[in-house]
Design a protein around this ligand. Structure first.
Ligand code: PAJ
Length: 283
C-alpha cells in the first residue's frame, strides 16, 4: 500500500489508474480505524479495482468546544490495518493541503435544511464542515464510488444530497452499522469511555430497539421518543435527542409513512454516542 500526503502525487497515481481503465473507490475517514471502517474498505474493494482510504481529522467539522485536539490519531496502526485489508492507497493530507486558505476565506459547501436539524442543531456548522471536506476529497481523489457508514445516518443523507445537487459524478454506497457483541455501535469515540461507562453504553442500542418495538405495535411518535429518552436517562446517559423521522429525508413522519428511522444522540462521560435504527411501521 502506498502512502501519499500531497496532491501532486495523488493526482499522478489516480491518473495512471484511470488510464489503465481501473475504477476507483474512496473511503473517507478520520482514522483511528476499527472494524466498522474496515467493513467499508471491504465493500469498496468488492466494487472497484482500486481502493483509496483517506485519513484526515477535519478541523472544519469540529465546534470550538469539541474534541479536535483530543481526537485519537493513530496513523502507524491504521496503516497496518489498511495494509492487511488490501487497500491500494492511503491518502493522509495535512491541514494546509486540504485548507490552504484561512478558515474565514475558505469556500464552503452547505446543504441547507438537512444540516440544521438533529445533530446539526446540536453542532452548528458541523455538516458544513463535513460537506466541504467530502466535496474536496471527491475532487482530489476523483473516485467513481465513495463508501460511507449508515451509523452516521444524517451525514450519509447530507452527502447524498450534496452529491446530487452539485452533480458530482460519484456513486454513494451506504453500509450497515458494525456493532460490538452487546450492540454498541463501533466508534472511534468509544475509546473515551471509562470501563463502567462502557458497561452502560449498550443502553443506546437497547433504547432504539425498544422504540422500534413500540412503533411496530402502534405506539405514537411522541410517546416512543419520550420513553426512549427516559430509558437512556435511567441508564445514566444524558440524551441530546431521540427522534423518529422519515428514513428518506429525515422529515417528521406523516401517518402514512412506513419507512422510518429512529435516531439518538446521548452523552456518556466524555463521549457523545450516536446511533440509529431503521424501522418499518405498519400504516
Ligand atoms: P469517521 O468517524 O472516521 O467515519 C468514517 C466512516 O466510517 C463514515 O462513513 C462512518 O459512517 C463510518 N463508520 C463509523 N463507524 C461505523 C460503524 N460502526 N459501522 C459502519 N460504518 C462506520 O465520518 C467521518 O469520519 C467524517 O465525518 C468524514 C466522513 C470522514 C468527513 O470528515
Amino acid at each position: 500500500m502506498e502512502l501519499i500526503q500531497d496532491l501532486t502525487n495523488l493526482r499522478r497515481r489516480v491518473r495512471a489508474w484511470r488510464q489503465a481503465g481501473d475504477q476507483i473507490a474512496l473511503v473517507p475517514t478520520m482514522g483511528n480505524l476499527h472494524r466498522g471502517h474496515l467493513r467499508l474498505v471491504q465493500e469498496a474493494r468488492a466494487y472497484a479495482q482500486r481502493t483509496v482510504v483517506s485519513i484526515f481529522v477535519n478541523p472544519m467539522q469540529f465546534g470550538p468546544q469539541e474534541d479536535f485536539a483530543a481526537y485519537p490519531r493513530t496513523l502507524a496502526q491504521d496503516r497496518e490495518l489498511l495494509e492487511t485489508e488490501g487497500t491500494d492507497l492511503l491518502f493522509a493530507p495535512s491541514v494546509t493541503t486540504v485548507y490552504p486558505r484561512p478558515p474565514e476565506e475558505q469556500t464552503r459547501v452547505e446543504v441547507p435544511g438537512l444540516s440544521d436539524i438533529l445533530c446539526g442543531a446540536r453542532r452548528p456548522g458541523h455538516f458544513v464542515g463535513v460537506a466541504t471536506v467530502v466535496c474536496k476529497l471527491f475532487n482530489m481523489v476523483q473516485p467513481d464510488l465513495a463508501v460511507f457508514g449508515e451509523k452516521d445516518f444524517q451525514q450519509l443523507l447530507v452527502i447524498r444530497r450534496m452529491t446530487e445537487d452539485l452533480c458530482l459524478p460519484v456513486g454513494i454506497l451506504g453500509v450497515p452499522t458494525v456493532r460490538e457483541a452487546d450492540g454498541l455501535a463501533l466508534s472511534s469515540r468509544n475509546g473515551y469511555l471509562l470501563p463502567e461507562e462502557r458497561a452502560r453504553a449498550p443502553a443506546v442500542r437497547r433504547a432504539l430497539g425498544d422504540a422500534a418495538d413500540g412503533l411496530r405495535t402502534g405506539q405514537g411518535l411522541a410517546e416512543t421518543e419520550q420513553r426512549a429518552v427516559q430509558e437512556l436517562q435511567q441508564a445514566g446517559l444524558r440524551p441530546d435527542y431521540v427522534s423518529v423521522r422519515r428514513a428518506a429525508d429525515l422529515s417528521p413522519p406523516e401517518p402514512t409513512d412506513s419507512d422510518l428511522v429512529i435516531l439518538a444522540a446521548a452523552w456518556l462521560g466524555k463521549a457523545r454516542l450516536i446511533d440509529n435504527l431503521r424501522v418499518s411501521r405498519p400504516t
